[in-house]
Design a binder for this molecule. Structure first.
Ligand code: C5P
Length: 194
């Protein structure tokens, strides 16, 4: 069976948590596509060459979740050749046997426009910055500024900007518990599997 769940949204909206929970609940494979861009960003050197030669070791680095890696990722993510180099891997993953969940910024719009389920997970910048601050610590005002800067860059780039697909179901997690957000996402998948 092939079945793709596309989960897009801005940084720290809860995509990762929801994606992992949906994948576990339905036995689907999960790909965090942000990790691909983070790995390209932290590798250094020519980003296009880095994207073309990305290896499992690059994706296993333990510094991919830092604020710096997030910023570096959103800078290399504006380069069309970088996006192109990562496209086929993501599409193949999406069509694997047994079902797949991919989370990112352009899964429902560009990578898998025919995905069976498309979710757009969002939350206010303040709520997202607070969640990110709980993860990474440091100066809260700086974390908020970083979240807003990355939103700005991701939403306004020319190639594959962050936006909900026309047929995406929006889940705003600003005031939802993790359990409620996961339940809403699972209900969408279950409804489509019936
Ligand atoms: O989701 P995460 O915060 O790990 O993503 C890091 C950055 O990678 C995003 O801010 C965005 O610029 C880029 N990205 C993207 N397309 C995706 C996933 C991530 O452009 N599908």
């Amino acid at each position: 069976m092939m079945f793709t769940v596309a989960i897009d949204g801005p940084a720290a909206a809860g995509k990762g948590t929801i994606s992992r929970a949906v994948a576990a609940r339905f036995g689907f494979a999960h790909l965090d596509t942000g990790a691909l861009y983070r790995a390209v960003g932290v590798k250094g050197g020519d980003p296009v060459a880095a994207a073309r030669s990305l290896s499992p070791e690059d994706l296993a680095r333990d510094d991919l979740r830092t604020l710096e890696a997030g910023q570096a990722a959103s800078k290399v993510a504006v380069i069309p050749e970088v996006r192109q180099a990562l496209l086929e891997f993501q599409r193949e993953f999406a069509r694997r046997e047994g079902g797949a969940v991919l989370d990112g910024r352009d899964i429902g719009t560009v990578i898998c426009p025919a995905a069976e389920v498309k979710l757009f997970v969002t939350a206010s910048p303040e709520v997202r910055a607070h969640r990110r601050w709980l993860e990474v610590g440091g100066d809260a005002a700086q974390v908020l500024a970083e979240v807003k800067e990355r939103d700005e860059r991701d939403m306004n780039r020319a190639d594959a900007p962050l936006k909900p697909a026309a047929d995406a179901v929006v889940i705003d997690t600003s005031t939802l518990s993790v359990e409620a957000a996961v339940a809403a996402a699972c209900a969408e998948v279950a409804a489509r599997l019936r």
